[in-house]
Design a protein around this ligand. Sequence first.
Ligand code: OOG
Ligand code: NI
Length: 480
Amino acid sequence: MKNTFINSDDIRHDFSAAMSEMYQKEVPLYGDLIDLVTEVNTAVLSEQPEVRQQLEHTGELDRLNMERHGAIRLGTAHELSMMRRLFAVMGMYPVGYYDLAPAGVPVHSTAFRAIDTQSLNNSPFRVFTSLLRLDLITDEALKQEAITALNKRNIFTDKVINLIKRFETQGGLTADEAQQFVKEALETFRWHDKTPVSKTLYQRLLAQHGLIADVVGFKGPHINHLTPRTLDIDAVQAGMQAKGIPPKAIIEGPPKRDCPILLRQTSFKALEEPVSFQTPEGSYETGHHTARFGEIEQRGVALTPKGRELYDRLLNQARNQLQATPNADNATEYYQILEKSFEAFPDDYLTLHNEALAYFYYQVADDVAASGDDINAHTDDEAQTNALSDSVSKQTLSELIEQKIIRLEPIVYEDFLPVSAAGIFQSNLHDAEQSHYEGSSNQQAFERALGASVYDELALYQTMQHQSLKACLSTLGSDV
Ligand code: OOG
Ligand code: NI
């Protein structure tokens, strides 16, 4: 009886709410950050009706207050592949491959998230998931100890594994099972202040890289931050200072613009938390660990490969010109250089569309849709619509946009940025010196560990854009 199963979107929604509640208890400053973001978003929505309208048109308005992402770091291929199966229960699939090694962080990552517009609007919750690259540890003895420690731990409860298997064989979970699943899955992300390793081993791992200690030194992959979405990150950054929430020195990503692109992010500094290390006698000795923080993000339109290339070029140009990693001391200079560099990136949606720099939804304008007389009958004929959307010329499309028959709405970027992610990692690791890792990016090894290929995020945006065009043309019928 298929219809007795709970929709994966609902499980994801419940899990995301449970995770947020747990994290606010564990890291109370995160609760303060949510309050600040809510305040800022409410102000933007009332002061900028065009932003509200855009979010209404794209179906994002309702998801705004549930918007968040989190991040975890895993130690082994087995952990990663089981995590993939766990996220699949919640309709979350691996999208994109991020190699952080060139930026001095010994991990590679993907983001688990929903992949179609409706599911994303039902619950946009996503988890940036990194796998430690033990192959980059040069100290052979330490590497072996790390492997031994990781092989001893089991980060999933027996119950959650049983529920994952049940989901896979039944094709879904009942209401009771889904509720159990949320409770059991949450255990994997919980903070544990008692570590399974000795203080000496922890300190040797820390000396190698803060991130290695954070993964290998603990019982499980504690969620290390959650991130609400704001409509004005500059206002939140300023507000954080005023509220005594210590912000990271700079906002990562593109500069402030009229038409936001991709993703801008900032965070508050990780807490120093007491932990107890296991001694060989089975007792504990005290110490501390810094890993958990809060983050905010502002999302903008997704870029095409051409747009992304321009973004990467302008960002690199700005960073090269600064001749240093952006930090508290050079923040003002960095923003000036960044803004200057991004003058070369068009800042109105029509140009972004016409130059194929960004992805858009095509929608029939409200007044056209309302006056059914002006247009021919809606067609449900799939073949006919396909033929129509393939044959509609660029020129016709431009004319329809110009005549305000079709309107453009930005497709929001749902993914992450490797340079920004590295900045977020680094600001919370307190690494005095930059690490450097040689060795090439290794998507194949990552996918082998994952037990699946990752989705290509650009193909997903392309499909969303194409489907919206098809739907739009189908509404307009053979007029076009
Ligand atoms: C992940 C950092 C990356 C983001 O939003 O770019 C990230 C981590 O610290 O584990 O979450
Ligand atoms: Ni993040």
